[in-house]
Design a protein around this ligand. Sequence first.
Ligand SMILES: Nc1ncnc2c1ncn2[C@@H]1O[C@H](COP(=O)(O)OP(=O)(O)OP(=O)(O)O)[C@@H](O)[C@H]1O
Length: 266
Amino acid sequence: MSKLLEVHEVSKYYVHKDGWMPGKPVCALEPVSFSLERGETLAIMGETGSGKSTIAKIIAGAERPSSGDIFLNGQSLTRMSDRQRCRHVRMIFQDSLRSLNPQITVGKQLCEPLIFNTDLNYPQQKERVHQVLSQVGLLPDHYDFYPHMLSSGQQQRVAIARAIVLEPQIVVADEAFVALDPSIRAQIINLILDLQEDMGISFIFVSHSAEIVKHVSDKILIMHRGKMIEFGTTKALINHPEEQLTKTLLHSEHKYKVPLHSTTKE
Ligand SMILES: Nc1ncnc2c1ncn2[C@@H]1O[C@H](COP(=O)(O)OP(=O)(O)OP(=O)(O)O)[C@@H](O)[C@H]1O
């Protein structure tokens, strides 16, 4: 049986402009390969500028790789249409308030992916949106709310609802919860663990927080200057890290002290 996700020799070069002339390509990501099983959570860690967001964006389809390919259940993601791809892989953005349209109600914003990517009719869309609101711990009344009427935690729940409304197999979150208050962050992370259990979604997190990573991830990928320097199970990387950077990142002072569920994946 094929893996859920296989990233095969994916690289990324950006061409920085030199005035009017295209400059020399700069390597943001050297060829990287790894795989993920269904329902697993992968954490991507590394220093600033090491290529973490580049991998996340390529998997989510927000950037195209310069080389290599990504396979979902053995099918090439890069050869799928946007409509097909975004049913399988969705992204949660860092700033949930800015990623929501302030002039459109929550319900309508959650209907949008269904309008563009499914053949559901209006009553079916509405029913699915009510279902997803309840899945993320919001109320049916929130359908008619505008984003500014919600707290930051509720806005983040809407962002998660938008990511899961199409029932994707993978959700990518790039430092999505960093701006949240610690107690709200803990609730949101626990919500993600619950969704993972209920829906079998695989999550890919970019995070600087050793505590969150140890709590939620099954596998960890360590980036350094555009290279993957270590990849393995969370347990293996915590107990037997091969690289000094892995030790530093995973055993650093806890940046976020949060009251998470007692069951960790460590
Ligand atoms: N759109 C772009 N155009 C040009 N260079 C880029 C672009 N996006 C990223 N880069 C460069 O690619 C490298 C990797 O960036 P990336 O954002 O993936 O790092 P990161 O590990 O996510 O960093 P951070 O933790 O600061 O978000 C950096 O040197 C960055 O300057």
